[in-house]
Design a protein around this ligand. Structure first.
Ligand SMILES: NC(=O)c1ccc[n+]([C@@H]2O[C@H](COP(=O)([O-])OP(=O)(O)OC[C@H]3O[C@@H](n4cnc5c(N)ncnc54)[C@H](O)[C@@H]3O)[C@@H](O)[C@H]2O)c1
Length: 331
């Protein structure tokens, strides 16, 4: 069973490759290295002790992508490749629409042509917009506040329409909440290029002295301590969710939240990081960031019931593993 993992050298993709290999799947990675390093491939080989086929290609290039389907018997696709920085998507909307939509369309066309049984797509909790948490898969989706979120909602729509034309295929849309942490080995993790867009890599870079202090965007939200509340999920748990989705998804369209179901505030996360790792994180409260919502956490009951998926890692595990990885980077 060969699984094509697009974006397999990135943060979530690399952890998923490890889980797939340890579950007995053969893996083929396609990545154009736009937000990852080729050195991750060696780390994946070292961690798994297995061979991994790798193609340095742009997934929007359907002709090059087709080579993979000619060279390998692909039974499933997990599509991580895409741009993910919300702020950047506001500045460069066209490149976000092009990359995130054309990659999905090219892959779906080839999935159809080569009769690929399963297609798992990386969606995001942003598709819920400013709904009331806990977010449930059957809620009406509210307006997105940025082009990135829109590309996720549009890709969901494209794949849902594709599913109607090929109802025997298993199409799964996984709505991730906030993945953080790193592999226990400390070898793979999140390496943002430039200024981190997400909270955890910012925290670890402040802890390591790469950045002077952390900026907290708003402490006047309607939450217990005024800072935003999110559902942080350990990236290894998230990776396991993909294996569960491949194994358990049914024919037709399947939609699942992948989160812990627990809301944690920005301040709580910072203080847990400080306590567990015994490092200081200087921070400053600044204005709210446009487009941020107050509270976002998942209703996890559907993934638990239908995929048998439940997270096992705690917030303490997440902050410990994220810090171990950052310390290895600065060694
Ligand atoms: N990290 C999060 O907070 C989060 C939350 C929800 C959803 N997601 C989605 O999950 C997916 C993976 O996220 P991640 O955090 O691992 O991001 P990442 O940037 O670390 O990984 C994405 C990988 O895809 C590659 N890539 C991008 N465009 C490509 C293209 N056209 N062709 C080939 N490779 C390409 C990059 O080089 C990178 O290795 C993305 O689709 C992202 O939008 C991420």
């Amino acid at each position: 069973m060969a699984i094509l993992v697009t974006g397999g050298l990135g943060f979530i993709g690399s952890h998923t490759v490890i889980e797939l290999l340890s579950s007995g799947y053969e893996v083929v990675i396609a990545d154009n290295l736009s937000n990852s390093e080729i050195s991750v491939l060696d780390k994946l080989k070292k961690l798994s002790n297995k061979t991994i086929a790798f193609y340095e290609i742009d997934v929007t290039d359907k002709d090059k992508l087709e080579l993979i389907f000619l060279n390998h018997e692909i039974d499933g696709i997990i599509h991580f490749a895409g741009y993910k920085a919300v702020g950047e998507s506001v500045v460069n909307p066209l490149s976000y629409y092009y990359n995130n939509l054309m990659s999905t369309i090219s892959l779906a066309e080839l999935a159809s042509k080569y009769d690929v049984e399963s297609f798992v797509f990386s969606s995001s909790a942003t598709v819920y917009g400013d709904n009331v948490s806990p977010f449930k898969e059957d809620m009406p989706l509210l307006e997105r506040t940025n082009p990135y979120g829109e590309t996720k909602a549009m890709s969901e729509r494209i794949l849902s329409d594709y599913s109607k034309t090929e109802p025997t295929k298993k199409i799964t849309l996984l709505r991730y909440f906030n993945p953080i942490g790193a592999h226990e080995s400390g070898l793979i993790g999140e390496v943002p290029k430039g200024i981190p867009n997400n909270l955890m890599p910012y925290i670890t870079q402040v802890a390591s002295g790469k950045r002077e202090k952390l900026f907290i965007f708003g402490n006047d939200y309607d939450t217990p301590d005024g800072t935003g509340v999110r559902d942080y999920i350990h990236v290894v748990d998230l990776a396991r969710g993909h294996v569960a989705a491949l194994k358990k998804a049914k024919q037709g369209i399947n939609i699942y939240n992948l989160g812990t179901g627990i809301g944690v505030s920005v301040l709580e996360l910072i203080h847990t990081f400080i306590e567990v790792n015994q490092v200081d994180i200087p921070y400053e409260i600044v204005e709210r960031r446009p487009g941020d919502i107050a509270v976002s956490y998942a209703d996890t009951s559907k993934a638990e019931r239908e995929l048998g998926f439940k997270t096992v890692k705690t917030v303490e595990d997440m902050v410990r593993d994220a810090w171990r990885f950052e310390k290895n980077l600065i060694k």
